[in-house]
Design a protein around this ligand. Structure first.
Ligand code: WQD
Length: 337
């Protein structure tokens, strides 16, 4: 019996694959490599000490999906695959709705045909309405501010409707805050194509001398040092959260249905604090320049992590310094390739 990881060679998927294999599970990676490389599967294999099956397939290709479920004995799915660049989603909404929503519906139909009814969904804190008070709780009202975020809200609704239509379905929605860092081996990590949209991969490339300086998007927010505050969580902690989610889905006493959990630390860190932590990790000053606010950014976002702690037994352990140290090790390896 295997767990299928769609988007399994991506940033979160690859780290979750390591966690699950090291727990003793069989894992199958499915990816179209639109935002990752096939060699990630080989690197996962080097970390866990054995090959992990990886299939190149696109969720928009129903025949390929059918082959995956026929070729492998899959009994649960973690669904990571999807476009995830906020800015790009504003420029290309139809591409995002087609890829993320149609791909998900195809996946759920293939699962239904094969009697696979356990799913963990890679959701996001962007599903929460921007005017919610922080910390965000799982019962905070939902509402996105960009097409990417709306695809996450809509997929959560699709899953609720599927579980209502067939109560045998058991679904967990994991709402990530800001995943950063890398596996301590330095073999897998975040490597966005093109210019990074997110703070830490951008800082990493500045530290590596690949980019000249970090632009700080606003230092006039109502925060301790004026820069934006976010809930950064180590990707290795996040991977453990997925393992605990799968364990919960497989509990014989679990009643099916849909549950949502925040995966965050419950602590906020500012842009300047992240840059300072990265300077400690890489041992050098990181040039930065304060510019205007980025449209759509919120001043402060962080999680209420209590429900995941109470129900999943999940609590983030790794510190911001460890996140930056692991990120820097990975960036150094990337730069030396
Ligand atoms: C963090 C902070 C910026 C870049 C996004 C997505 C969200 C999720 C995580 C997928 C903010 C500041 C950033 C830079 C900066 N992804 N910043 N200079 O926007 O909190 O969340 O990634 O689910 O959906 O929205 O992350 O890393 O872009 O920004 O000053 O070059 O860093 O203003 O305060 P964000 P981020």
């Amino acid at each position: 019996m295997a767990v299928l990881l769609t988007g399994g060679t991506g940033f979160i998927g690859s780290h979750t694959a390591v966690e699950l294999v090291q727990q003793g599970r069989q894992v199958v990676l499915l990816d179209n490599y639109s935002n990752s490389q096939p060699e990630v599967a080989e690197r996962i294999g080097r970390i866990v000490g054995r090959q992990v099956p990886a299939v190149e397939a696109d969720l928009l290709d129903e025949a390929a999906l059918e082959r995956v479920f026929s070729d492998f004995d899959i009994d649960s799915v973690i669904h990571f695959a999807g476009f995830k660049a906020v800015g790009e989603s504003v420029e290309k909404p139809l591409a995002y709705y087609h890829n993320n929503l149609t791909g998900t519906v195809n996946l759920l139909r293939a699962m239904s045909v094969h009697g696979v009814k356990k799913l963990v969904f890679s959701s996001s804190a962007t599903v929460y309405r921007a005017d919610n008070p922080v910390p965000y709780r799982e019962d905070s009202p939902l509402g996105a501010v960009n097409p990417y975020g709306w695809t996450k809200v809509m997929i959560e609704q699709i899953l609720r409707d599927q579980a209502a239509a067939d109560p045998a379905w058991a679904v967990l929605l994991l709402r990530y805050f800001n995943p950063i860092g890398a596996h301590p081996s330095g073999l897998i990590g975040e490597d966005p194509s093109g210019l990074p949209n997110n703070l830490v991969p951008y800082v990493a490339r500045v530290a590596a001398g690949l980019l000249p300086k970090v632009q700080v998007f606003g230092a006039d927010y109502d925060t301790p040092d004026g820069s934006g505050v976010r809930d950064y969580i180590h990707v290795v902690d996040l991977a453990r959260g997925h393992r605990l989610a799968l364990d919960r889905l497989e509990r014989p006493d679990r009643l099916g249905g849909v549950e949502a959990f925040n995966l965050g630390t419950g602590r906020g860190s500012s842009v300047f604090e992240v840059i300072a932590a990265y300077e400690r990790a890489c041992g050098q000053k990181i040039p930065c320049q304060t510019v205007g606010r980025r449209p759509g950014d919120l001043p402060v976002v962080y999680a209420d992590p209590a429900l995941a702690r109470a129900e999943l037994g999940f609590e983030a352990r790794l510190t911001l310094d460890e996140m930056c140290q692991d990120s820097w090790r990975w960036q150094r390896n990337l730069s030396s390739e």
